[in-house]
Design a binder for this molecule. Structure first.
Ligand SMILES: Nc1ncnc2c1ncn2[C@@H]1O[C@H](COP(=O)(O)OP(=O)(O)O)[C@@H](O)[C@H]1O
Ligand SMILES: [Mg+2]
Length: 406
């Protein structure tokens, strides 16, 4: 068992990176491990039996920069506190060694001493080498990252260029479209006005007698010409708004007065259908900075729709400032046919007419709400609808109270 332990100890000591020497009290080497042989250049020749301080003259530097006698010699002579770090020069290389003396049996003056020597220089070198390698690796990694970033930057620049080009093309296409729309609309308006004028003359009887039947057909033609004119006007208006080409003449507007004006104009149509028109406006509503003609157009469109799609009940226009906000909420509420959940998402899109098809004959263009939405958005507001089939609808829009940038 003991011999086994010694064997293990022997193997372990040879595996250790620290140099180990067992010496007697005269400094004669009894045993040493492989690390010591490497450090003292005794790889080939065995060191056993030699004097440690002669083959390995590690010295301590004094305050006046002269070296003392070899440290092992000092220890043999009985100097205390010899454990420490020493400079050792071999050929042209200087080593810093951490030397430690352990007397195996403190009570026996003849006891052997184990000297352990750690080479701090190579340990430092190892660390430095590791750090250098680590630095090199990080440097290479950062070079790679920079390379990737550079590539990414070039890709991004290309994308930006592409997007710019596409934007330019899109803008060009939009311009062509607006120009085309405006030209076609103008070209259509002139002959239309002429047809309408001619029908008016025929209907007035100044071009000869008109029978009741003829008058009926002429009225139909006139109504359709009116409808076509509305469609062209709306289409031209929407195209301008959509292209951002419509200019807004904003001023401080009294919203209550504007609502009253719009209601006054629509009153007769509503009354004809037996509908009640009501308002509910905040008493202390401040003036709003907006284009009065455009906001009037919004209210007129919404009120028109409310009257058109309501057969019984009432229509109410309300305007309130929500507490703690800088926006006014305007709501046009009706008790009409309502809009189904499937259709509600489509009604602000151009040319969308939903619900009861019989109403579509009443002269709509399906552009009214698209125009309304553009006007509100371009005033910095929002518009949405809450509705239930056969219960009625609420069209709500907001407008900022403050002028933009104020
Ligand atoms: N108050 C409302 N009640 C029920 N449906 C409505 C109401 N307002 C709009 N709608 C629906 O939204 C569609 C689009 O409205 P709009 O853009 O004004 O076109 P138009 O009035 O020319 O039909 C209408 O055709 C109708 O189906
Ligand atoms: Mg409409």
């Amino acid at each position: 068992m003991l011999s086994n332990s010694l064997q293990i100890m022997d193997i372990l000591s040879h595996r250790l990176p620290d140099a180990m020497v067992l010496m007697d009290r005269a400094g004669i080497i009894i045993w040493c491990n492989d690390a010591f042989k490497a450090l003292s250049n005794h790889v080939e020749v065995t060191a056993i039996g030699l004097e440690l301080h002669k083959i390995f003259p590690v010295r301590r530097k004094n305050a006046n920069s002269t070296y003392t006698a070899p440290i092992v010699e000092l220890f043999i002579k009985g100097e205390k506190n010899v454990n420490g770090i020493y400079r050792y020069t071999k050929k042209d290389n200087a080593y810093d060694l951490d030397v430690h003396f352990d007397v195996l049996d403190e009570n026996d003056p003849k006891s052997e001493v184990l000297v352990s020597i750690r080479d701090l220089t190579s340990e430092m070198k190892d660390i430095q080498e590791k750090q250098k390698k680590e630095l090199e690796r990080s440097y290479m990694a950062s070079l790679n990252i920079m390379d990737d970033l550079e590539k990414e930057k070039i890709n991004l620049q290309r994308e930006v260029e592409k997007t710019k080009l596409n934007e330019k093309r899109l803008q060009e296409a939009m311009n062509i479209k607006t120009e085309f729309t405006s030209t076609v609309s103008h070209e259509l308006r002139t002959p239309l006005a002429s047809i309408k004028g001619s029908i008016d003359i025929v209907m007035s009887g100044s071009a000869g007698d008109v029978s009741a039947d003829q008058n009926k057909f002429l009225s139909k033609a006139k109504a359709n010409i009116d409808r076509l004119k509305r469609l062209i006007d709306d289409f031209l208006d929407f195209s301008k708004l959509e292209a951002g080409k419509a200019s807004f003449e904003k001023e401080w507007v009294d919203l209550k007065r504007m609502v009253d004006d719009v209601i006054d104009i629509q009153h007769a149509v509503a009354e004809k259908k037996g509908l009640v028109l009501k308002t509910d406006i905040d008493g202390i509503l401040p003036k709003i900075f907006c284009d009065p003609d455009r906001v009037n157009q919004v209210l007129t469109n919404l009120l028109n729709n409310a009257i058109k799609f309501t057969d019984t009940g009432y229509i109410e226009v309300s305007a309130h400032i929500l507490e703690g906000t800088d926006v006014v909420h305007v709501c046009v509420k009706d008790t009409g046919e309502g809009i189904s959940k499937e259709d509600i998402g489509r009604i602000f899109e151009k040319f969308q007419q939903v619900g009861d098809p019989s109403h579509r004959k009443t002269g709509g263009t399906g552009l009214g709400l698209s125009i309304v939405k553009e006007i509100i958005c371009q005033h910095g507001g929002k518009i949405w609808v809450e509705s239930e089939v056969n219960q009625g609808s609420k069209f709500i829009f907001t407008l900022p109270l403050k002028a933009e940038g104020a």
